[in-house]
Write a protein that binds this ligand. Structure first.
Ligand SMILES: Cc1cc2nc3c(=O)[nH]c(=O)nc-3n(C[C@H](O)[C@H](O)[C@H](O)COP(=O)(O)O)c2cc1C
Length: 367
């Protein structure tokens, strides 16, 4: 093993789960699950990454049991007999290859275009029915809808545990439903689900509590969150460490076991005057384990990927340094691992030069 990257290959234990190393596969939507059922191809795709030495796989977003949770016919679901059998097979294959795997639980909220989605007759749902800030296209969610969706996350987690997943990640990032509650721009409610930070965080807090109640005291619960939104790349949830603390404390208290802090470039400081990135601040504030993400091994961020841009390789030396300092505990890798399933093994053996070059057309096949 190349000692230069030792810190990435130390096991990590939290919530009774031991991961073989610090590398996680970042969740990446593929839309290769016909009618929401993850098939043999999906299982083989994740198995390849486990065989390639990835310590933890976080699946693509997989939608909970609500008719308007999904925005595509081929996005995998995590409810119903066939999808759950498909996931069970995926879990078994990843475990057989020595990996660990968690599903990313997803409700897309107002990001859904009914015309391209199952149940096109139904309107999309969001805290205030806004398509984007200031643009109202639907009624605000009712209390019954809110309660049903919280229950949907809980039953998805219970099913995930039943089919053998090693934990779950709640998708609370990028402007999808959970983040629509967090973000003032999309949440104009004046009841207990909107307004101040505590109220905007309540939806996620209740999801975490419901998942805990439906699973077991030691079932790992991850929460992914981000400042940026797909509706507005420049949007921010918080501008100071104090506000970040106000945001995170109730989530941490509710039982989040690890925060997955989604940024575009892990080397960028989150606030002026300190080098810590978002995962660094989150760990410092909550004392909980954190996972960083964003352009690991690459020099161009992933927004470029959606317009077919290539990205050159970038050294992981500064990442290793941050891991060694304990700024964060885990590192999620997106595109680099999409392009090269053997990424972790190659990095481990000092073969960064042999990692496949990231090409912009990787998104066409997602294989
Ligand atoms: C094709 C593609 C699909 C993605 N789908 C998801 C998703 O389902 N859930 C999610 O939280 N992030 C998703 N992301 C964001 C990635 O998880 C990751 O945060 C981002 O690609 C940055 O990591 P990278 O620079 O290593 O690629 C996606 C990214 C890509 C490129």
């Amino acid at each position: 093993m190349s000692s230069a990257v030792d810190a990435m290959f130390k096991p990590f234990t939290f919530q009774g789960l031991t991961l073989e190393n610090r590398i996680a596969m970042a969740p990446m939507t593929r839309e290769f699950s016909p009618n929401g059922v993850p098939n043999e191809d999906v299982a083989a795709y994740y198995r390849r990454r486990a065989e390639g030495g990835t310590g933890l796989i976080i699946t693509e977003g997989t939608t909970i049991d609500d008719p308007v949770a999904t925005m595509g016919h081929n996005i995998p679901q995590i409810h119903g007999e066939k999808p759950l059998l498909g996931w069970k097979n995926t879990v078994q294959q990843v475990h057989a290859a020595g990996g660990k795997i968690m599903p990313q639980l997803w409700h897309v909220g107002m990001a859904r275009n009914p015309d391209n989605s199952p149940h096109s007759e139904l309107p999309s749902v969001g805290p205030s029915g806004l398509l984007k800030p200031g643009k109202q296209v639907a009624e605000p969610m009712t209390h019954a809808q809110i309660e049903n969706i919280i229950a949907g996350f809980a039953s998805a987690a219970a099913d995930a545990m039943r089919v053998g997943f090693d934990g779950v990640e709640i998708h609370g990032a990028h402007g999808y439903l959970v983040d629509q509650f967090f973000w003032e721009g999309m949440n104009e409610r004046t009841d207990e689900w909107g307004g101040n930070m505590a109220n905007r965080g309540r939806f996620a807090v209740e999801i975490v509590k419901a998942i805990r109640a439906a699973t077991s005291p030691d079932f790992p619960i991850l929460l992914r969150y981000s400042q940026w939104k797909q509706q507005d790349y420049a949007a921010r949830l918080v501008d100071t460490p104090q506000l970040l603390e106000e945001f995170l404390a109730p989530l941490s208290d509710a039982g989040v076991d690890m925060f997955h802090c989604s940024t575009r470039r892990y080397w960028e400081p989150e606030f002026d005057g300190d080098d810590l990135n978002l995962a660094g601040w989150t760990k410092k504030i909550t004392g909980k384990p954190t996972m960083t993400v964003g352009s690991v091994g690459l020099n161009g961020d992933f927004f470029g990927a959606f317009v077919g841009q290539d990205a050159e390789k970038r050294s992981v030396d500064d990442l290793v340094e941050r891991l060694e300092k304990g700024e964060f505990d885990m590192v999620a890798v997106g595109r680099a691992l999409l392009q090269d399933p053997q990424w972790a093994n190659k990095i481990r053996h000092g073969q960064h030069d042999q990692v496949r070059q990231y090409a912009g057309d990787a998104l066409a096949t997602l294989s």
